[in-house]
Design a binder for this molecule. Structure first.
Ligand SMILES: [Zn+2]
Ligand SMILES: [Zn+2]
Length: 116
């Protein structure tokens, strides 16, 4: 189901805009095409977090939504771990570059100071 205003972009007239955004859903965390959220009976919007709970429109999470949230959290954790590893690898690369360039240029003085 399209969600107008999700990205707040305005497209010029005659432009049909992008294909449907592919998630993740704000409520269950799944891609929107895999989203299992029911439409809110009050405002008929699918996957709007503010519809949930007594302060919203009284929607409650189904077991399927909870499972989906767990899966999304797991995926996010894996993603974060990978980002950490990438950052470490990057730092190691920088350090190696530094050592290598120090090895190639043992004397930091410019050549005209080194040559008598
Ligand atoms: Zn959803
Ligand atoms: Zn609602």
């Amino acid at each position: 189901m399209p969600r107008p205003g999700l990205f707040g972009w305005d497209y010029p007239p005659g432009c049909s805009g992008p294909p449907e955004p592919d998630g993740p859903c704000d409520v269950c965390g799944s891609d929107l095409d895999a989203c299992c959220c029911p439409a809110c009976p009050t405002c008929h919007v699918v996957g709007r977090p503010s519809c949930y709970g007594p302060a919203g429109h009284g929607l409650t999470l189904t077991a399927e939504q909870r499972e989906s949230q767990d899966r999304a959290k797991l995926a996010a954790d894996l993603e974060a771990e990978r980002a950490d590893r990438d950052a470490e690898a990057y730092a190691a690369d920088l350090e190696r570059d530094r050592l290598e360039s120090a090895a190639h240029h043992p004397d930091p003085r410019p050549w005209y100071e080194i040559i008598p």
